[in-house]
Design a protein around this ligand. Structure first.
Ligand code: M6R
Length: 593
């Protein structure tokens, strides 16, 4: 949540910072700011409520800056105003900071150390910069002052800080929020996500929790919170700047929906090889008596389908938990549990907290993520990567299908049926391609049946219900239509009271063993005025159905029903005139609990 960029020594820092903030905007987009410092210690600070495009005209492109820090914000403490936008300055203006995360004890710190300081914002961040100024007065170096402050902070932070009296130094630090150093040709950059940095370099150095970094234009010093120097090798990321562009698409979400067939092919290329999944991982899963899947949002929804596959295909009992609940209220565990964390970003704070608890208990775990070297990947015993390229739209799409495909490979490898799965997935890939080619039909349904409704329901049974949960999340998060998913048989136990004349009820019917029952439930809501939209498999169709899907193997039908849900949500939000990629109140990667 929120995005940080910073640089020292590089040419044209304004262009790096602005482009980097645009790249990070998917992580938070309610206000933005940049501070630039030149070699004489002159500071230019610009910030505004609104998007990075609102900030752009406020930046002095001619200013000969040697250092810069920038921020795009998703408000936690204090509303989305210019005063609360980062960067924040200390009382004298000497120190300037940008910060991601939440300082849990900021009120206590303000009360203990900063009585008499007049705060200019309502943020927790300002407490950090005011403390640095306070401690700098009695410390030999800024590093010493920063170490003292960092040792007082509870909570999470990634931060970049400049001291206008040292125009050749940039400081950065991290605790539970992502932050990287980029090694550029002419200096260094810092960024909270490699996506912001690949415009200048693909070589990065990780900063670990509890580390402080001091950068000059030709040197990096990393130290721990006791002040001991830490050595760290750099690593390369295989991302290029071009892969991050929207290209011909109006929104990343549509691009990412359309990338799904190719993503499935890539996953098959990687995971159909025998050695793609290590024996150590397979043994760990085999030895477990129960799988605990832990995730949030869309990743949680994909976990439901894979739980069902674990039990039916690999005969392995599995249960699924919401990470934010699991971290604080762990269920009674089996004798030999194994944990699977599903997270597109690999940075979700709730999932990370749950993983830390699992690590404390000494259990093995697997992270399934799209981001190599992400926090959840580093902290789990094993990682399986999605290999689908960056997902930028806040609404997750290709990550869901990729998570299913990777988990499918894991489950079929355990069951000894990888070749069958590869063959079946190829059929899915073709069927998804056909759905994407048919998207104008979904656009028409969205325009005719969904645009003007305040609420809607998805219903289904079995796997259809599990996908309904994801489809409802997709529709509500980008179109703001209140949408709920229900097991079709459960509606009549209460929720049917909400059905009125014209309420859209979207029924998924792809599972032969329960389709007839769902159809009966649909009749019940139609009799009460609901507008029915049906998504059915070819083998189960009737003359009145709305969307007919290709007949792929029954257990793989979630791949198709979810793509229909994604496209219905996309076109509904588009025709309502919303910013599809950046829905209100949300951010892509939720790095605060
Ligand atoms: O990066 P993660 O998969 O851990 O993210 C989990 C959720 O925050 C995420 O799926 C969220 O629900 C999406 N906005 C859904 O489209």
């Amino acid at each position: 949540m929120c995005g940080i960029v910073g640089s020292i020594g590089i040419s044209a820092p304004q262009s790096y910072l602005l482009k980097g903030l645009h790249r990070l905007e998917y992580r938070g987009y309610d206000s933005a700011g940049i501070a630039l410092l030149n070699g004489n210690g002159e500071l230019k600070l610009a910030k505004t409520a609104g998007k990075v495009s609102d900030l752009e005209p406020l930046i002095d492109q001619e200013f000969d800056a040697s250092i810069g820090i920038g921020h795009t914000r998703w408000a936690t403490h204090g509303s989305a105003t210019t005063e609360n936008a980062h960067p924040h300055q200390s009382a004298s203006g000497r120190f300037v900071i940008v910060h991601n995360g939440v300082i849990d004890n900021y009120l206590e710190l303000a009360d203990t150390y900063l009585k008499g300081v007049t705060f200019r914002s309502a943020t927790d961040t300002e407490v950090i910069v005011q403390l640095v100024e306070l401690f700098a007065q009695t410390s030999d170096t800024v590093e010493d002052a920063l170490l003292k402050v960092l040792n007082l902070l509870d909570g999470s932070y990634a931060l970049a800080l400049i001291d206008i009296t040292e125009p050749d130094k940039l400081y950065a630090a991290k605790q539970k929020s992502p932050m990287l150093i980029g090694v550029a040709e002419d200096g260094f950059i810092v960024c909270s996500d490699a996506l912001a940095g690949v415009q200048r370099t693909n070589e990065f150095i990780e900063i670990h929790d509890g580390e402080l970094v001091a950068l000059t234009s030709n040197d990096v010093t990393i130290s721990d919170l006791e002040g001991n120097t830490v050595e760290r090798e750099s690593f390369k990321v295989d991302l290029t700047d071009d892969t991050l562009d929207k290209g011909i698409y109006p929104f990343y979400m549509l691009k990412e929906i359309e990338e799904q067939p190719i993503a499935l092919r890539r996953i098959s290329e990687v995971y159909s090889h025998e050695e793609a999944i290590s024996n150590e991982l397979l043994e760990a899963v085999k030895e477990a008596d129960r799988i605990y899947i832990v995730a949030c949002g869309t990743s949680y929804n994909s976990g439901f389908v894979s739980k069902s596959w674990f039990e039916r295909i690999a005969q392995k009992p599995a249960e699924i938990h919401i990470a934010s609940e699991f971290a604080y209220d762990m269920p009674l565990l089996s004798q030999k549990p194994f944990f699977i964390f599903i997270s597109q970003s690999g940075e979700t704070a709730d999932s990370r907290h749950a993983l830390l608890r699992v690590n404390q208990l000494g259990y093995q775990s697997l992270t399934i993520t799209n981001v190599k070297n992400s926090t959840l990947s580093r902290e789990a015993t094993f990682t399986l990567l999605l290999h689908v390229g960056p997902e930028v739209a806040v609404a997750s799409t290709k990550a869901y299908t990729a998570q299913l495909a990777v988990l499918g490979y894991l489950i079929h490898t355990l069951a000894g049926s990888v070749d069958t799965f590869s063959h079946e997935l190829r059929q899915v890939e073709v069927a998804v391609e056909r759905l994407i080619a048919q998207q104008e039909d979904f656009e028409t349904i969205a325009e005719d049946d969904l645009l003007d409704t305040p609420n809607a329901f998805y219903i289904g049974r079995g796997l259809d219900h599990l996908v309904s949960m994801e489809n409802a999340l997709k529709l509500k998060e980008i179109s703001y239509i209140q949408t709920e998913a229900f097991p079709a048989g459960e509606l009549k136990h209460g929720t049917i009271a909400l059905i009125e004349e014209g309420t859209p009820v979207i029924a998924l019917m792809t599972q032969p063993n329960v389709a007839a029952q769902t159809r009966s439930n649909l009749e019940e809501v139609k009799a009460r005025g609901a507008k029915a939209i049906t998504i059915v498999s070819g083998d189960l169709k009737t003359a009145s159905d709305t969307i007919i899907l290709d007949e792929v193997p029954v257990y793989l039908r979630p791949f198709l029903t979810v793509v229909v849900g994604q496209l219905l949500a996309y076109y509904t939000a588009l025709h309502k005139g919303y910013n599809v990629d950046q829905p209100r109140n949300l951010a892509k990667s939720v790095t605060v609990e």
